[in-house]
Write a protein that binds this ligand. Structure first.
Ligand SMILES: Cc1ncc(COP(=O)(O)O)c(C=O)c1O
Length: 370
């Protein structure tokens, strides 16, 4: 993917590949607050568990609210949080259950922890698992389950029924359930996200991984968090201190002052419009797309266009060459990369002008094809 990205940048292509937010945009208030925090002297180490105000505010936004003293830790993005959650939960040789396809970063984090991934297939077109297949993934060596809802790349929001099935197995095999909820503010079509902390059987054994990267469009600030019970939090904080000694102090101070004032509901409604526009553009082109239930990605089936003649890697190159638009071939999202030959991932958390330009280019390409 990095080669493709370089090529795309050289050619000035439109990047619909990375999850880097173009929508929403960071508010001027949050940027001012960062300047002000530095001027006020927030330039040294802060408490390793995180700026007090930021912890309080994030804790209050959780469902149910968390105790900022004993249950909430600010991390260097969800990326650090994921690694810390795994390193503090599993030993090398333990097994971790994962849904497949899933976020590429999960496999790398599981590998870093030395654990063995056990994949449960999600089935197209709606990317649900079969409860019987889920059950066979659990063994006496299962130490953790790693979930993501809303999901990257599938856009799935796990239902209460699916979470209940997972809860039953996690209880039976005494596994910790880690759920990456970094896209929690972007849930569409009137759906409600059920956090694992709201499900009996999961809540008691849960670690929630969250982030400010996407909701507040500050992915470069590297602010994420971990929510867990006090016993797990103690272990998480020990690993967190060893890995980073805390997230950037002035940025935490600024975020603490600003997180409550952002209009997350309006940003989510606007994100849904952008999803609809992107579905429309690429469906018109001939892709088969189940609209994302949440998050910021579409997982598109290209087989109606390619007839299986070329794989998603070749298709992505072709799209880049013909119209200057970059999407992601889905191979790396799957345990068996060949399952991704038929799919590409398309990010829609982009500025309106950019999506309009995508539309213009795609319509132009169709006119030329005719
Ligand atoms: C599912 C998922 N988790 C975590 C991350 C990384 O989040 P952060 O920027 O907070 O490290 C991403 C980024 O795209 C993601 O898609």
């Amino acid at each position: 993917m990095s080669d493709l990205l370089l090529l795309a940048r050289e050619r000035g292509a439109i990047d619909l590949a990375l999850g880097t937010p173009g929508h929403p945009e960071p508010t001027t208030d949050i940027i001012e607050a960062a300047h002000e925090a530095m001027r006020r002297g927030h330039n040294q180490y802060d408490h390793p568990s995180g700026d007090r105000l930021l912890r309080e505010r994030i804790a209050a936004m959780q469902r149910p609210p968390a105790d900022p003293e004993t249950e909430l830790t600010v991390t260097v993005g969800a990326t650090e949080a994921l690694c810390v959650a795994l390193l503090s939960t599993v030993d090398p040789g333990d097994e971790v259950v994962l849904l497949d396809p899933g976020y590429e970063g999960f496999r790398a984090a599981v590998a870093l922890s030395g654990a063995i991934p056990r994949f449960v297939p999600l089935h197209a077109p709606d990317w649900r698992f079969d409860p019987a297949e889920l059950a066979t993934a659990f063994t006496s060596r299962t130490r953790a389950v790693l979930l993501n809802s809303p999901g990257n790349p599938t856009g799935r929001v796990l239902t209460r029924q699916e979470l209940d099935w997972i809860a039953e197995l996690a209880e039976r095999w005494d596994a910790t359930v880690i759920c990456d909820e970094v896209y929690s503010t972007f849930v569409f079509d009137g759906r409600e996200l059920t956090s694992i902390t709201e499900v009996p059987g999961l809540a008691e054994r849960s670690i929630v991984v969250g982030s400010l990267s996407k909701s507040y469009a500050i992915s470069g600030w590297r602010l994420g968090f971990l929510r867990a019970d006090p016993v797990r939090t103690e272990a998480l904080r020990r690993v967190h201190e060893v890995t980073t000694l805390g997230a950037p102090a002035p940025l935490q101070a600024a975020a603490g002052l600003q997180v409550l004032s952002a209009n997350l509901k309006a940003a989510a409604e606007e994100m849904q419009h952008r999803r609809d526009q992107t579905v429309e553009i690429f469906t018109r082109m001939g892709m088969k797309i189940t609209p994302a239930e949440g998050g910021c990605f579409l997982f598109a089936d290209i087989s109606p266009l390619t007839g299986g003649q070329i794989d998603s890697g070749a298709f992505t190159h072709e799209l880049l060459n013909k119209v200057g638009i970059l999407v992601v071939p889905a191979g790396p999202c799957f345990d068996d990369p060949a399952r991704g030959d038929q799919y590409v991932r398309i990010a829609f958390n982009r500025r309106a002008e950019l999506l309009n330009e995508v539309e213009r280019r795609m319509l132009g390409a169709r006119a030329v094809d005719k």
